[in-house]
Design a protein around this ligand. Structure first.
Ligand code: BGC
Ligand code: IFM
Length: 816
């Protein structure tokens, strides 16, 4: 069953009923000011940092699940009937409803008893504000006297403190209302810097800024007293819960429409003025009034919205494909690319499953996200790499996560995830392959953001690899530390006295447990770094990295191969994990993917054998589960993985992030049908028909789909902020479609499903545009025999970089 449809032409997903199985969300903002918006206008906004600069309040895990947002109320002043045009929060019956989630904007339209309302929400490029443009139309044949109320609940900036520190926060809230603009100025007393504003284009009949006055005691957002009685209270908040609501009266003749614009924004005083003697506690409106006035004008809004459209047109234009498969086309051309950009902006901080206070940027996560957006915004990828690398420690270790505003590690999560440093090598390598910009390697980058500690970025890469080499365990495999990619595989949670649980922070990251996954990742990263070293004419160093990769390959084959698949790890006591010797958790997906990506087992058939084991033991119609058999009870020596019930998350859920590793591995062994089959199993668009089971948005990937051991097999969770986005993008575009940037140029080496007769693509690459046509006889599973580049036959599959501005015609010919 579907809850809407794709409108590929408009690049929108159109939701046609408000009661989706879960809130189906979208993101507003592209730069510094961001918002999350659900299909019923739920969600919140923040400036740069979802934890430290939260503009509006949102209570997660509520009942209903999604309550709190950018709500409007319409009231028929003749009858007293009122409703929410976005359905929530009144949930009154709507005669019509449609939500269109587009690229950084959302449009919610509805009609009830002859009154139509359509609201467009977006954040203009380069501004720190959001616009709500509402058009109300009277479709009756009689005049309508209406009231329109807006509402937002302000968050007192630090979202974590806001949600917990009530003894203080019930006293600090302050607002100011001047000329119809509501200023939220909590914290302004002490800092004189940031504040929020909420403005409306129409003359006001009234306003409210105190939540309990607006709602009325013991009432919720579904029944605000001001709306019910048809008149605001003009309340001014002193403490408690500052909010913003405008009351506008609309008299509409039959057929008449009126456009009302609301602007919610964030402002900072120029730095010099923050330190002026406070004098007045009145917010400094000098800078912000002109901005407000400009954005309350319909022409500014129309122009701003058009610019946003052009921005996305440009970004997505960097890669467009036409294949025989509609699910592939819309994910590659629109939604998967868009999701990659959202992960660039959000990392793992703010979604409907990430509260915006738990995590910020992830060293591991953001480096992987890069793989999905580097071709879209290479200049910002460069900045991001330098930003991430600047948090690395001298040891090569890294803060696992850090706050974007402070660049400091958050939640005391320091080093110890021993895969972290290697992702930097893979991120930088992807950047170099895309851009050819070797200068980044010489960019000075500090350690732990300490001034004066700068070394060239290249040195950070060396330390990343050295970090693994300095931490090898009893079998010569890399020590896992607290965990590797699989956060929940905590193999150093040993028990000193058998049978008695014993766990401290120190021994979680110390200890002798080893990871075959990191070994595979090391082989991959060391080879990539060797190629980079060669570009710097450091041939001796390159040879050392290649030798290290080869040596680690040997260790994997000796201690990491279980007979028919790669083992996962060795625990603290030296017992294998992910082995036929285990009663549960005999085979894990991650090392099958990462070892093959590193090239291990490609020459001797072991890779193909590992992939057969994946197909036999881990694949389900909904995707590939993380491991089997699932752990049926908690095991201290394995840690968090076994805390999940079977079939969920890392305990044998379909952890979608890992699936593209297998797609890539299948492509590497030349199995196009297998790779594409796995791709389709988790492609959200291909799952649209089963939305009642899948439950999450059909336009973006979710982190997890419940595995075969779960009662809800096939149900997705944790949509949007997941490395799944980047890796699926890499799998489909670079390995299945085979358009793969390399240091030497753009490789075109597809591994396609047998039934395809080819495809077409336009790819921007290092300033030139490549018009690519792949021709293949149906039924063949062959590879490209040769390329024709601008009419000339080229042997091999690499197109050398062309001069910037050139349009290059590439034809790739697969023979039968
Ligand atoms: C989750 C993991 C996640 C980790 C992050 C765990 O509780 O289950 O999926 O990666 O937290 O630290
Ligand atoms: O690798 C992690 C990621 O960093 C956060 N989400 C879960 C993954 C697997 O544990």
């Amino acid at each position: 069953m579907r809850y809407g449809k794709f409108d590929d032409e408009q690049r929108e997903y159109v939701i046609d009923r408000p009661d989706t199985p879960l809130p189906w969300i979208n993101y507003l903002g592209t730069d510094e000011y961001f918002g999350i918006v659900s299909n019923t206008a739920g969600g919140y906004s923040f400036y740069r940092d979802a934890k430290l600069r939260r503009l509006t309040r949102y209570r997660y895990n509520n009942a209903p699940f999604d309550i709190g947002g950018r709500y409007l109320y319409l009231r028929d002043d003749a009858s007293g009937d009122f409703w929410s045009p976005s359905w929530q929060p009144t949930r009154s019956t709507l005669d019509e409803y449609e939500c269109r989630h587009g690229l950084s904007y959302t449009r919610i339209a509805s009609a009830r008893s002859g009154i139509r309302a359509e609201t467009l929400y977006f954040v203009p490029l380069g501004e720190t504000l959001e616009v709500w443009r509402t058009k109300v139309t009277n479709e009756r044949d009689t005049a309508a006297e209406l009231s329109l109320f807006s509402s937002v609940e302000f968050c007192l900036w630090d979202a974590q403190d806001d949600a917990t520190n009530f003894q203080r926060n019930f006293n600090t809230g302050q607002v100011e209302v001047v000329d119809g603009v509501i200023y939220h100025k909590t914290e302004y007393r002490e800092r004189r810097d940031h504040f929020a504003y909420f403005a409306c284009s129409e003359p006001l009949a009234g306003f409210d800024t105190q939540r309990e006055t607006f709602l009325g005691a013991y009432r919720g957002w579904d029944q605000p007293a001001a709306v019910e009685r048809g008149a605001a209270f003009d309340s001014v908040a002193n403490g408690w819960q500052p909010m913003g609501s405008h009351h506008v009266k609309l008299s509409l003749a039959p057929g008449e429409s009126r456009e009302v614009i609301f602007v919610l924004g964030y402002a900072e005083n120029p730095r010099a003025e923050k330190f002026d003697p406070p004098g007045s506690q009145t917010v400094n409106k000098r800078y912000v009034r002109p901005v407000i006035e400009r954005w309350l004008r319909p022409e500014t809004v129309a122009e701003g919205f058009a610019k946003l459209g052009a921005y996305w047109e440009r970004l997505l234009g960097n890669l467009q494909v036409t294949t025989p498969d509609a699910d592939t086309d819309r994910m590659v051309n629109i939604w998967n690319a868009y999701q990659c950009m959202v992960t660039f902006n959000m990392s793992r901080s703010a979604s409907f499953y990430e509260s915006g206070i738990g995590r910020g940027m992830g060293f591991r996560d953001s480096n992987q996200d890069l793989l999905g957006f580097v071709h879209i915004i290479p200049e910002r990828a460069r900045e991001r790499i330098l930003d991430i690398a600047g948090t690395q420690k001298e040891t090569g270790g890294a803060y696992h996560q850090y706050q974007p505003l402070t660049k400091r590690g958050n939640n005391d999560i320091g080093e110890g995830f021993n895969d972290d440093p290697l992702w930097l090598v893979l991120g930088v390598s992807a950047y170099l392959k895309e851009t050819g910009d070797l200068s980044i390697l010489d960019a000075p980058v500090p350690f732990d953001n300490a001034p004066g500690s700068e070394v060239p970025l290249y040195e950070h890469l060396r330390r990343s690899v050295q970090y693994t080499q300095d931490r090898l365990g009893p079998h010569g495999l890399p020590l896992i530390g607290r965990a590797d990619w699989n956060d929940c595989l905590n193999l150093n949670c040993f028990s000193e006295t058998p049978g008695e649980p014993f766990q401290t922070t120190e021994n979680v990251s110390g200890g002798s447990a080893e990871s075959v996954f990191i070994a595979g990742q090391f082989v991959l990263a060391a080879k990539e770094l060797a190629a980079i070293a060669e570009l710097r004419a450091l041939d001796g160093e390159a040879a050392e990295y290649r030798a290290a990769a080869e040596k680690m390959t040997g260790v994997i084959l000796e201690h990491g191969w279980d007979g028919a698949w790669f083992r996962r790890a060795y625990d603290f006591h030296g017992n294998p994990i992910g082995s036929g010797e285990n009663d549960e958790g005999q085979i894990f997906v991650e090392p099958q993917g990462m070892c093959v990506l590193g090239g291990v087992g490609l020459d001797d058939g072991l890779a193909a054998q590992a992939l057969r084991s994946v197909a036999d033991r881990l694949a389900t119609p909904h995707g590939i589960v993380l491991q089997q058999p699932a752990y049926t009870s908690y095991r201290i020596e394995l840690g968090e993985i076994s805390s999940y019930p079977p079939g969920y998350k890392e305990n044998a859920g379909i952890f979608c992030h890992t699936n593209p590793w297998i797609m890539i591995a299948e492509a590497m062994v030349g199995n196009g049908d297998g790779a594409f089959d796995y791709y389709k199993r988790i492609n959200p668009s291909a799952r649209e028909e089963i939305s009642e089971l899948h439950r999450c948005e059909p336009y973006v990937y979710a982190q997890m789909i419940a595995g075969k051991d779960a009662a809800t097999h096939g149900e997705a969770k944790n949509s949007w902020l997941t490395g799944t986005a980047a890796w699926n993008f890499v799998a489909i575009t670079q390995w299945i479609l085979g358009i793969r940037p390399e240091l030497a140029g753009l490789r075109v080496d597809p591994v396609l499903p047998g039934s395809w007769e080819g495809f077409r693509a336009t790819r921007a690459y290092r300033g030139a545009t490549y018009e690519i046509t792949v021709r293949k006889p149906a039924g063949s599973s062959g590879r490209v025999a040769y390329l024709i580049v601008d009419g000339e036959r080229v042997d091999g599959t690499v197109v050398p970089p062309a001069a910037a501005g050139k349009v290059v015609q590439v034809e790739a010919v697969v023979e039968g």
